[in-house]
Design a protein around this ligand. Sequence first.
Ligand code: SF4
Ligand code: SF4
Length: 105
Amino acid sequence: MAAQCSACGACCDPVWYAYSPADLRQLAERTDSADARFAVAHWHPTGEQSDAGHAYRCDFFDAVTRLCTGHDERPPICRGYPWYDDPPGTRLVVLPEPCSFRADL
Ligand code: SF4
Ligand code: SF4
């Protein structure tokens, strides 16, 4: 059976994304990417970088409950995470250590 989200909040704390802040701004300006527009408006770079990309703090993440407070406003990248209706593991996504979806792999 496919894994369920345990609502640990790790994928939003921080958000790891391949694009840099400058890349995101360009994408938001030059394309109709809803993800890029949302990211420019609501994700703030922490300055951390790793193999997973760049780290961002999201305006909608509640650090106390560890839940998303913007469920209805979430961009596509958040709505479909982590498998985006594809078979598990098809896409290259960052799965934080505590993510319950690791069980799908
Ligand atoms: S909008 Fe919600 S799900 Fe998406 S990064 Fe922010 S807190 Fe996480
Ligand atoms: S890291 Fe995985 S289990 Fe935790 S909130 Fe995100 S999707 Fe759910």
